[in-house]
Design a protein around this ligand. Sequence first.
Ligand code: SAM
Length: 285
Amino acid sequence: MLAYQHAYHAGNFADVHKHLVLFAVQRNLLRKESQITYIDTHAGRGYYPLQGIETQKLKEYQTGVLPLWQAFPPSTFQQGGTLVDEWVGELRRAQGGDGSRLTHYPGSPWWLASMLRPQDRLTLFELHPGEHRHLDAQTLPSRARRLHEDGLKGLRRLLPVATPRLCVLIDPSYERKEEYAEVAETLEFVARKARHAVVLVWYPLLPAGRHQNLLDAVRQAGLRKLWRSELRMHAPDGEHGMYGSGMLLFNPPWGLDRQIEDAMGRVTTCLGAETSHQGQWWVGE
Ligand code: SAM
């Protein structure tokens, strides 16, 4: 089943949460010179015009990236400012031109590629043929290779990597409920093959609560140093509908928990009165 297309949801609150956490991790990793391999198991198209037909259907960016964009105009931008200032600054850069209008939303391939140094490598997996064609059409550095393959199997195949450091983003669509268990098994595999890898796993907060199976499985598998960040837009409401976004981080860089708590405090202020964030060690060291 490959029905999901991220263009319908580009720039929504979950994207803001996921890409802000990803950006924070990258910023921390870049403090050291040593080479990094980045792997994005579910890449999507990489770059989304907000006026595109799919994105205009649901207009989810209007309750995600747009309020943040409006709350941080260029006049307030300071280099070396807060994480959210820096993130919105990058978002401006992603617009092209003078960056004064929000016309596009960049996906994880763009965020990862934007900070790629000459010594780093990036592998992007995308299984959907149409989405992969879009991804292939993006302008990315030559060190960013795009593979039309299953992302979790592909990740296993690439381990261990040749570089001293590894950073993985696992961001499935969870169209099949088995994906929660598959992600947990994959995280366990990565932890065995690359003990120091930094892994970011995104999961949706849905009324069925299946993300709990993923969280319980990795704890039961004995993994340590797992921190989670959850952004809730409102209380669970009815049987369907995503009410929040979760990120589980394996081996988060030191100090990241406080940086994210602070940034998400600013984000929730922009996203509305019902919005809240909770950061918590799921399993400590
Ligand atoms: N990571 C992207 C971002 O942040 O911009 C969004 C990814 S979207 C949530 C999930 C993507 O995974 C979709 O583009 C879908 O086509 C793709 N996909 C679904 N099953 C896959 C699989 N087994 N392997 C790789 N990609 C898959």
